[in-house]
Design a protein around this ligand. Structure first.
Ligand code: AMP
Length: 561
């Protein structure tokens, strides 16, 4: 079975295509969203999702979150003294999702279509693919998140040609994509975004607003207090869309502080963030050669589009109401599951032609004559430009730069900088040319880039017709089976917990956190219930465990502010 996975910055989801269409698979706690949070304790025990998030305030050094932001970079996270790469942490999330899907579907899941932000470059996509491999999943196809959303919305079923803008504001990434449907082809026309903007920034605004009103400084708070403040800010942020104001509480030095925050105040405080949102919207439209008024429909995806301040801003900007028929958290995973079904060539799924755009520029290094006889080398010459619809094939003719030059070297680069050295080196080709005065010989360099991130480079000497070719696979960095095995062995000290006991672990993590926060009678009460639950766990009697867990859970619900 091929499944669809939305590996999000804040939350991840897994979906499959069943008899009634695409459906989200609940996780071991029965929930659709699994927080993309991982914790590893000193003994190598792994916690994923909500349980890992609960551990954040007590064991901040053992928890990592938002690691999707660092995908494809050299950054490492240290959890309980051991180092992990972002793709390794992601693989632990994927592994949990895979297990949940297998338990739910009753069959093995071996392959997945994983969604990635349209803005992800090649390195980040490769890292995502490696995460899948480390989790034991084959990842042959990735789908960009806006395309997945458009597929889930069934936009490709429209009868008349339409232009859409997909606005995706997740926890930590922001993507805008302009899509066009014509003659039954759904085409991504342009993408733009910001990898460092998302719902968490809106939480931060709330947290800072609270501190400002309470006349406190962020620097004056301990790490645990900061975690607590953000948790309360998150609650207040989600509630502020429901009314004219919210009351936010914060336990500071054994005293519960309370502040009222109005919608107007919050909206004003968010102005800077809203201005940041406008930029990629403008850029994507400009790249697609369209105006705001050319957009027929706006789709909202990503949890943070539930914020009224964001919706109000978009209504003012586009002068129309966005389409919010679907749950913004689930759209992408459902689209990925539909794409998986298309890959399996399931009859129930209407054949749809998806095109994508190349989200970065591909080019080569050249020498530029900036004045008669004066040369500057190391300059970048774009061949396939960012936001070109793929598959695409472009040719650029390059001339010899020196007299009696005998060979031409074509360096293949990816990036947007004018200078070759700042762009990513993908490979190179060399070809012989007949000697002669500079500028007499020429080579035609053709780049062909397809939807599976396969770049074919052909260099042809115009005078002799000699040809050299190089294929750069998007997955050329793919780990060999042995490498994957070796990395898995290196991570073998990690103890993956059996999924059956997740509920118990979550209750304990939450209880432990609340015990630390509580004082006096509250603390004693919590202690009584925790002790009873632990005793039941030791005894191993199922009914007893369930009963005392429910009792403890009730107290936690009552006491959690
Ligand atoms: P995603 O990465 O798409 O899962 O989005 C997660 C982000 O959405 C987080 O920053 C959440 O705080 C935010 N979010 C989820 N629900 C709401 C809500 N009801 N109101 C405001 N923000 C929300």
């Amino acid at each position: 079975m091929i499944v669809g996975i939305d590996l999000g910055t804040t939350n991840s989801l897994i979906a499959y295509f069943g008899e009634d269409g695409a459906k989200i698979i609940p996780n071991r706690l029965g929930k659709h969203l699994t927080p993309s949070v991982v914790s590893v304790d000193g003994d190598g025990n792994v916690y994923v999702g909500e349980t890992a998030r609960e551990r954040m305030s007590l064991y901040p050094d053992s928890v990592a979150q938002a690691f999707k932001r660092s995908m494809g970079t050299e950054r490492e996270y240290i959890l309980s003294g051991k180092h992990y790469r972002p793709e390794e942490l992601s693989s632990l999330v994927l592994r949990a999702l895979k297990e949940d899907a297998e338990a739910y579907l009753g069959e093995e899941v071996t392959e997945a279509v994983i969604s990635v932000p349209a803005y992800f470059d090649d390195k980040r996509r490769k890292a995502t693919k490696r995460a899948g491999e480390l989790a034991g999943l084959k990842v042959e196809r990735m789908i960009s998140e806006p395309t997945a959303a458009a597929v889930a919305y069934g936009l490709y079923d429209k009868t008349r040609d339409t232009r859409f803008l997909v606005f995706d504001l997740g926890g930590g990434t922001f993507d805008v994509s302009v899509l066009e449907l014509y003659h039954n082809i759904l085409e991504v026309r342009a993408v733009a975004g910001d990898n460092y903007l998302g719902g968490e920034d809106f939480t931060e605004v709330m947290a800072k607003l609270f501190l400002q009103k309470a006349k406190l400084q962020m620097q004056g708070l301990t790490q645990k207090e900061q975690v607590r403040l953000y948790r309360q800010a998150e609650v207040a942020k989600c509630a502020i869309s429901d009314g004219p104001q919210v009351k936010m509480h914060f336990l500071y030095r054994e005293e519960t502080l309370e502040q009222e925050i109005t919608y107007r105040e919050y909206e004003e405080a968010c102005e800077e963030l809203l201005a940041k949102i406008r930029e990629p919207v403008k850029k994507s439209l400009a790249d697609a050669g369209l105006k705001l008024s050319d957009i027929d429909e706006v789709l909202l995806i990503g949890g943070a589009t539930r914020l009224s301040v964001v919706r109000d801003f978009l209504i003012r900007l586009f002068r129309k109401f966005p389409d919010t028929r679907m749950n913004p958290d689930e759209t992408v995973a459902l689209g990925a599951a539909l794409q998986a079904a298309m890959k399996e060539r399931r009859e129930e799924v209407k054949e749809v032609i998806l095109t994508d755009v190349c989200s970065f520029t591909l080019g080569t290094e050249v020498v530029v004559e900036y004045e008669e006889g004066k040369f500057e080398d190391g300059r970048f010459c774009p061949i396939i430009e960012r936001n070109t619809v793929i598959p695409a094939s472009h040719t650029e003719r390059l001339y010899t730069a020196r007299d009696n030059q005998e060979q031409v070297r074509v360096r293949i680069l990816q990036g947007e900088s004018r200078f070759a050295r700042n762009n990513l080196f993908l490979g190179e080709l060399e070809i012989q040319v007949p000697k002669g005065p500079k500028g007499r010989e020429a080579v035609d360099v053709t780049y062909t880039y397809d939807i599976n991130a396969l770049l074919e480079v052909e260099v042809k000497v115009v005078s002799t017709g000699e040809i050299q070719k190089l294929i750069i696979k998007g997955d050329s960095n793919q780990m060999t089976e042995e490498e994957v095995k070796r990395r898995m062995e290196e991570l073998a000290y990690l103890k993956i917990q059996p999924r059956d006991y997740e509920e118990n672990r979550l209750v304990l993590a939450r209880a432990e956190r609340m015990y630390e926060e509580a004082l006096g009678e509250r603390r004693k009460k919590l202690d009584r219930y925790i002790t009873a639950f632990e005793a039941a766990l030791k005894k191993g009697d199922h009914d007893g465990i369930r009963e005392s867990r429910e009792a403890l859970n009730e107290v936690l619900e009552e006491e959690d502010e």
